[in-house]
Design a protein around this ligand. Structure first.
Ligand SMILES: [Zn+2]
Length: 222
């Protein structure tokens, strides 16, 4: 709940927008856990705003599919269903695969693969040290570098939104991103294919990676 207030105070812009953004991010980061009740009076008191922007934010979060309203009970943070988890990862397979394909093609034409290689290297080092935080950071950097190489604004936008959902699933299963040896090797193989400018191979490896993560994640869910 303190996180929520920090985010709210950091943002600027119209109040109703800040309330919405703060709640949305708290849900996506699992600061507000699935099943948590969103009580208008309590949230209004916590953020020191009237109930109107809270009600408006809850209405929008409902439309986003992040919150569900149960008659006579109130609004609750929605849990991700198995179907949603499957759909999120299927989308990642397609879009991340496309990003890898574009990245390889762009590298072949002109781009430098250095940032991507550095991130892959940092991931390997963090993995060897058993440093989960550094590994997650390197993974984030790896994907940022990949998306930059893909050089497509529409795709970048879709991937940013998708990534929030992937993070939400990750919190759900308490599983570190890119956490195991297989994941590490898949990132390195994708990096090599991109460096070689082999677009088809880069796509295939990336899709297989997300397919495996999907299968593993679904097996961890009840
Ligand atoms: Zn990754």
């Amino acid at each position: 709940m303190n996180e929520l207030k920090t985010i709210f105070l950091e943002d600027d812009g119209p109040q109703s927008m800040r309330v919405y953004e703060a709640l949305r991010r708290a849900i996506l980061r699992s600061d507000l856990q699935p099943g948590a009740a969103l009580q208008e009076t309590e949230l209004a008191g916590h953020l020191q705003v009237s109930r109107t922007p809270i009600r408006e934010a809850i209405r929008r979060l409902n439309a986003d599919g992040l919150v569900e309203t149960i008659p006579y009970k109130g609004a609750f943070v929605k849990a991700l269903s198995r179907i949603e988890v499957r759909e999120i990862y299927e989308t990642a397979e397609g879009l991340e695969g496309m990003a890898a394909w574009l990245a390889a093609r762009n590298v072949a034409a002109k781009g430098s693969v250095e940032r991507l290689q550095k991130a892959a290297q940092a991931m390997r080092e963090a993995f060897d040290r058993g440093d989960v935080v550094a590994r997650t950071e390197a993974d984030t950097e790896f994907h940022a570098a990949l998306h930059e190489l893909a050089d497509n604004a529409y795709l970048a936008q879709a991937l940013a939104r998708l990534r929030e959902q992937v993070h939400r699933v990750r919190h759900l299963t308490a599983r570190a991103f890119g956490g195991n040896a297989a994941s590490l090797e898949e990132h390195e193989a994708a990096c090599r294919a991109i460096a070689d400018g082999d677009a088809e191979l880069a796509r295939r490896i990336t899709q297989k990676h997300w397919e495996r993560v999907r299968t593993e994640t679904l097996s961890l869910l009840p």
